[in-house]
Design a protein around this ligand. Sequence first.
Ligand code: NAD
Ligand code: DAU
Length: 359
Amino acid sequence: MIFVTGGAGFIGSNFILDYLVPGRDERLLNIDKLTYAGNPYNLAGIANDSRYLFSQTDICDETAIAALFAQHRPRAILHFAAESHVDRSIASPDEFIRTNVNGTFNLLEAARRYWNALQGEERDAFRFLHVSTDEVYGTLGPQDAPFSETTPYAPNSPYSASKAASDHLVRAYHHTYGLPTLTTNCSNNYGPYHFPEKLIPLVISNAVEGKPLPIYGDGMQVRDWLYVGDHCTAIREVLAKGKPGETYNIGGWNEKPNLEVVHTLCDILDQLKPKAAGSYRDQITFVKDRPGHDRRYAIDARKIERELGWKPVETFESGIRKTVEWYLANPQWVANVRSGGYLTWIEQQYGAQAVANPA
Ligand code: NAD
Ligand code: DAU
C-alpha cells in the first residue's frame, strides 16, 4: 500500500492514473481534503478499481492521519497535497501556511511515529517522498546558471516560502530522526487536469471562450516547462531508487518566456480550432504585473539523470500540442471546473480587463 496526498489535484491525479496501470497490484490510498483544486472527477475512470481507495481527509487532522497509518500500514507516503497557486498566496497566505507548513509537519510526525514502530525490512523500505518546487530557490538573472540541488533557498512569495519551510522540516526529520525522506524540486508542469487558474490551461480555456488572455507585466518572465507525465515518471524513479535524505531537481530543459508560450498556444489553436476571423493572438491583453514576480526559473536536472537515469520524454512542442488537444477534447471537464467562482477572484486581483469579454 502507498499513500498519495493531494491525489485529486493536477499532478496527483496524473500520478495516480499513471501508477495504477494494469498488472500493478499494489493498493493506493488517496488522501485529499478536496479544496477548490481537488476534483474527484479526474479519477472517475478508476473509482471502482479495487486497488484504489479514497479518504476525504485534511492533512492537518492529526487524529485522522494517525488512524490512516495504523489502519493501512503504507510502505511509502507521496506528499503532493498543497495550496499551489502563487497569486492566491499573495491574496491570502493563511491557508498556505496551514496546509503547506502545518500539514506537512503533521504528516512528518505521523510518519515518524509509525516508522519508529516498524522493524526489519518494513522499516528499511519505508519512504516519505515530499513533492516540492523550484520556486524555493527564488529568481534567476538572464545569465545565471540554472538552479541545482545546492543553490541556496531564497523564496519570494508566500507560496514558495511555505514550500521552503516544508522542505526544511523534511530535511530536519531526516537529519534529526533518520526518517527516510526524499525531496523533489520540480519546475512548472503542464498537461491534462491542470486547473484553469494557471497560465497554460487558463489561456487555452479563455481563448476558446473568446475571453482575454491576460499577460502579467511585459510577459518576458521565463519558466522551465515540464510535461506532467514526465514529472510522474521522475517521482516513481525517485521513490524506487532515490537515496534517503537526498533532494532531486526535476525539469524539462524547456525555458520559455510567458509571451512565447502564449503565442505557441494561440498558433496551435489557430490550426486546430480556427476562428471565423483573425487569430487567437488578437485576444492577448497585457495586465498589471504579479507583485514580487520572479523573473526566471530554470532547473539543472543533471543529478536525477546521472544518479537515477531519468530524463524527460516529451519535448515542449509534443507536450504542448497534446495538452491543447486534451483541453479541446474535454470541454465538459473545463466547464465543470469553470463554473466555480474563480473568475471573480482573478478580476479582483488583476482588474476587470483580465476577464472582460473583448467582443
Ligand atoms: P493542485 O492545487 O492542483 O492540487 C492540490 C491538491 O491538494 C488538491 O487536490 C487539494 O484538494 C489537495 N489539498 C489541498 N490542501 C489540502 C489539505 N489541507 N489536506 C488534504 N488535501 C489538500 O496542485 P498541483 O499543481 O497538483 O501540485 C501538487 C504538488 O506539486 C504541490 O505540492 C506543489 O507545490 C508541487 N509542484 C507543483 C508544480 C506545478 O507546476 N503545478 C511544480 C512543482 C511542484
Ligand atoms: O515553478 C513551479 C511552480 O509553477 C509550482 O510550484 C506552482 O505550484 C505552479 O502554480 C507554478 O507557479 P507559477 O507562478 O510559475 O505558475 P502560473 O501558471 O501561475 O504562472 C506562470 C507564469 O505566467 C508566471 O510568470 C505568471 C504568468 N501568468 C500567470 C497567469 C495565471 C500570466 O502572465 N498571466 C496569467 O493569467
